[in-house]
Design a protein around this ligand. Structure first.
Ligand code: S3P
Length: 441
């Protein structure tokens, strides 16, 4: 199978309904939390992607019983601190920062030694951000300056901690919450706003958690050592995967797209609000509540009238995975857009702020990049005719998929490498592109 796709034609207008794969953050959290219950937990519409499969593989190695049939999954956990495995077990988090960091939280009490490793992209990412707070529980982590592989020496004498999470990282916050589950006493986290799926799952399980919401941060208190009930869950569609098609529809004049059953948790909705400010016609319908998560159907209509934006930093965390796509929309705006305080973007699977700038350079859109910001000089008449090759990034699904959306929206003759990267988060991405009528080789 070839490792790249070739795209030589823009997509023509479409009017379609689309379903999107299950949410990745929720799929991984469901599996990890279920492993801590003694009961049988079930999930339907689990995302069947490599990141989720890596999660299930790690849990199996830790002695957890898992049955999976299509996207329905059953987990029978071993209870708190119940993992069963041989000394010096090696766990592989693959490409997934969420898995690697949250799993470390569950391992602060491990009785035997373990080693956590990951792929080339994950091995370049910062784990000191979770090692530092997790060491406060009493565990010891040997790493190469905070990078994978990491040796884990758990402690059976954990003590609750106080932790200030100041990056707006849901992974750091959740890793500490997971460690707190296993720790007698109350752990207190002051956390900059970030996605709150872990808090909502804890609440839906009626675990002893208190969340006090302040303007810029939340105070989260978790009391450990209470029994975890079964977690039966229907995973809604992932807004971060839906975003690729939201942007494709928005940039394709006279198109209309309906996406059902999308998780519209406010802590993930930055992309929605930013696109609306830029003039994208997007509405949510049938808003409903599911175990604390908000779900809705979305309707998006194509437009030719994109406005530039001075993007409010309050949306940074809730749009963190969608900025590459938002930059494409800014490329079509009538005027200059400005995005700032985005250093966290370069902490992802590849340095995404730099990749955003590279893709814009390739399509001929002037942009000024600094260490943590980008100014984009939009052109509403943007048409690309040249040959463009996208190659050489660390395995990063979002760089690949954003490049496909750019090719289909702006034209040009594209060759985009690392097709397999979609398997980490959105394996059916290219099938959906095909269903909307795009021609891809
Ligand atoms: C995630 C949190 C975010 C996000 C990632 C998934 C999660 O990372 O970028 O794709 O599931 O908690 P950070 O916590 O590093 O911001």
């Amino acid at each position: 199978m070839s490792k790249f796709v070739k795209i030589s034609n823009k997509i023509t207008k479409f009017n379609k309904k689309l379903s999107i794969d299950g949410d990745k953050s929720l799929s991984i959290r469901w599996a990890l939390l279920s492993s801590q219950s003694l009961k049988k937990s079930t999930a339907s519409n689990l995302l069947l992607s490599e990141d989720v499969m890596s999660t299930l593989k790690c849990l199996k190695k830790l002695g957890i019983k898992i049955k999976i049939s299509r996207n329905f999954c059953e987990i029978i956990g071993l209870g708190l601190n119940g993992f069963k495995y041989k000394n010096n077990l090696i766990l592989n988090a693959g490409n997934s920062g969420t898995l690697g960091r949250l799993l470390l939280g569950l391992l602060v009490h491990s009785k035997k030694k373990l080693l956590l490793k990951g792929d080339r992209s994950l091995s370049k990412r910062d784990f000191l951000r979770v090692i530092k707070p997790l060491e406060k529980f009493g565990a010891i982590f040997d790493s190469n300056y905070g990078k994978l592989p990491i040796k884990i020496h758990g402690t059976n004498n954990t003590k609750p901690i106080k932790y200030f999470e100041n990056k707006g990282s849901a992974q750091c916050k959740s890793a500490v919450m997971f460690a707190a589950l296993n720790t007698l006493g109350e752990t207190t986290i002051k956390a900059k706003k970030s996605r709150d799926h872990s808090e909502l799952l804890f609440k839906s399980l009626k675990l002893p958690i208190k969340v006090i919401k302040r303007k810029n941060h939340d105070i989260i208190k978790v009391k450990g050592k209470s029994k975890i009930p079964a977690l039966n869950y229907k995973i809604p569609s992932d807004i971060s995967s839906a975003a690729f098609f939201i942007v494709l529809a928005a940039l394709t004049k006279n198109s209309r797209l309906e996406i059902k059953n999308v998780n519209i948790n406010p802590s993930r909705m930055g992309v929605f609000y930013i696109l609306k400010l830029m003039g994208v016609r997007i509405v949510k319908l049938n808003v409903r509540n599911y175990k604390g998560e908000k779900i809705a159907d979305l309707i998006i209509k194509g437009t030719n009238n994109i406005k530039p934006i001075n993007c409010p930093i309050k949306f940074n965390s809730s749009a963190i995975d969608e900025f590459l796509l938002i930059f494409l929309v800014a490329a079509k705006a009538k005027g200059v857009s400005y995005f700032k305080n985005l250093s966290e973007l370069d902490q992802k699977e590849s340095p995404r702020l730099k990749w955003g700038s590279k893709i814009l350079n390739k399509i001929g859109i002037k942009n000024i990049l600094t260490e943590n910001s980008i100014k984009i000089f939009g052109n509403p008449d943007l048409k690309v005719n040249k040959k463009i090759i996208i190659k050489g990034f660390l395995k990063d699904h979002r760089v690949f998929m954003t490049s496909v959306i750019a090719a289909l929206s702006f034209g040009g003759k594209w060759q985009i490498f690392d097709k397999e990267s979609i398997n980490t988060s959105f394996p059916s991405f290219l099938k959906k592109v095909d269903y909307l009528g795009a021609k891809i080789d």
